[in-house]
Write a protein that binds this ligand. Structure first.
Ligand SMILES: [Zn+2]
Length: 170
């Protein structure tokens, strides 16, 4: 909970805002101050055959996670998905869809999970400055190999449940 104005440091007070209810207000700036947090994308990357999922290792840790990255100001989430896939893995996103979101308290970030289909399964364009290792797994392998207890695991398991339950192709 934000208690002080991020512009001037004045203590915020709740005030009624039309159609919004009670919102914190700075009497010095005469502005409503909505909570500030980051927004990021998390990406279930499928190979062109839609048979494999890409998991990566980063920051010297040997457990597998999903490709992810912050959304830039002015950028939309779909563009961020394509940009992150290109920057980190060197692949292009040909199709994507939104799955679900979860607020990640530890980094004050709203995570938006997408599935996207890559234009190739080549990992030759991997950005080794950002990604230690990237590997394709079958759906069953990915389930077993993703970091236990992680947000990436929750997104992946929910997605696999969705496609198993609805028969949607990807
Ligand atoms: Zn202020």
């Amino acid at each position: 909970m934000m208690n002080y104005c991020y512009e001037c440091g004045t203590e915020l007070v709740p005030r009624e805002l039309e159609n919004e209810g009670m919102v914190l207000y700075c009497k010095t700036c005469r502005c409503f101050r909505f909570p500030i947090y980051s927004t990021a994308v998390s990406i279930i990357v499928l190979d062109p055959q839609k048979k494999h999922i890409l998991l990566i290792q980063q920051y010297g840790r040997e457990s597998n996670i999903l490709v992810a990255g912050y959304i830039n100001r002015t950028e939309n989430a779909e563009t961020a998905v394509a940009r992150e896939l290109k920057e980190e893995i060197g692949l292009n996103a040909v199709k994507l869809h939104f799955n679900r979101s979860e607020f990640f308290e530890r980094s004050n970030t709203l995570m938006l999970n997408f599935t996207c289909i890559a234009d190739s399964d080549s990992l030759d364009g991997l950005n080794s400055k950002e990604v230690d290792k990237a590997q394709w797994f079958t759906f069953e392998q990915a389930k077993a190999e993703i970091r236990p207890g992680s947000l990436a695991e929750r997104f992946l398991l929910a997605y696999l449940d969705d496609i198993a339950g609805t028969g949607q192709e990807w």
